[in-house]
Ligand binder design. Structure first.
Ligand code: CU1
Ligand code: CU1
Length: 275
């Protein structure tokens, strides 16, 4: 059984194994296929047209399925690995152990944002950015640039308190839990973290930064926490709705997955809530 842990509680050996599995997927080319898929959806998802991965109700089930596939890829390299989650309400500075050289490496240098430390720094030669939106082939970060602040626990709680999953017009203008969590309006949780990290994380090729998976594992955990807090609330829309994925519609790029299939994460993994 896969148990996803808070990254701050991983042992040195667990960190080593996670990093080694990432590097092996990168070396084999499997990693970059995930980056390509994600960017394709970012480019295709629009407020007035078809939208699946983002700015729509299926933001949460789409990323849940995407993470499960990635986690299975990691486990094909090392069966002991699970995706850790990054609770950015607790580990909220560039001094966090998350960014240490033995894990993800730190922020980028001032000149060009290039990450210089650890396995994902340019000097390691093991993390070339091949699926990219410009000519720069190295991982970039600008942690907390411009005085940006990560969301607080109080802000998370204010979003978890929202009882309605989503609402018309089912896009970036919607009220409801999904859109306040995704971050197009209101306190903005998910989008703000992408901006705080900066570099590739602020673009459609965000999975180039391995922190993408830990950020989205926490977003996924917050969805599970919301479900537990609102047992009477349901995924919406429940019936066919133009341009968006309703409860029982299949969800691209998969042809056998619906949001309904993704509602119970415990069929796939659990979250270690010891912390
Ligand atoms: Cu995404
Ligand atoms: Cu994201």
């Amino acid at each position: 059984m896969t148990v996803r842990k808070n990254q701050a509680l991983l042992t040195a050996d667990e960190k080593r194994r996670f990093v080694a599995a990432l590097l092996e997927l990168k070396r084999s080319g499997r990693y970059d296929a995930f980056v390509t898929t994600h960017n394709g959806f970012i480019m295709g998802d629009t407020d007035q047209g078809p939208r699946v991965g983002h700015r729509s109700p299926s933001f949460l089930p789409w990323h849940r399925r995407f993470l499960i596939e990635f986690e299975q890829a990691l486990q094909s390299v090392d069966s002991t690995v699970a995706l850790p989650y990054w609770d950015w309400t607790a580990d909220r500075t560039a001094a966090s152990s998350l960014w240490a050289p033995d894990f993800l490496g730190g922020t980028g240098r001032a000149r060009d944002g290039q990450v210089t430390e650890g396995s994902f720094g340019a000097a390691s030669g093991r993390w070339p950015i091949t699926v990219r939106v410009d000519g720069r082939d190295f991982l970039r970060r600008t942690l907390g640039a411009g005085g940006a602040q990560l969301p607080t626990r109080a802000e998370v709680d204010s979003v978890l308190a929202m009882p309605v999953y989503d609402a018309a017009p089912w896009n970036s203008a919607s009220d409801g839990f999904r859109n306040h969590l995704e971050g197009w309006r209101g306190v903005n949780l998910h989008n703000r973290v992408h901006v705080w990290v900066g570099g590739q994380m602020g673009t459609g090729v965000s999975p180039n930064d391995p922190v993408f998976w830990m950020h989205h594992a926490f977003i996924d955990k917050l969805w599970a926490d919301w479900q537990a807090r609102h047992p009477a609330s349901r995924y919406l829309p429940a019936t066919r709705t133009p341009n968006v994925v309703s409860l029982n519609d299949t969800m691209r790029p998969w042809n056998d997955v619906t949001p309904a299939d993704m509602l119970d994460h415990t069929r796939h993994y659990t979250y270690d809530t010891a912390a």
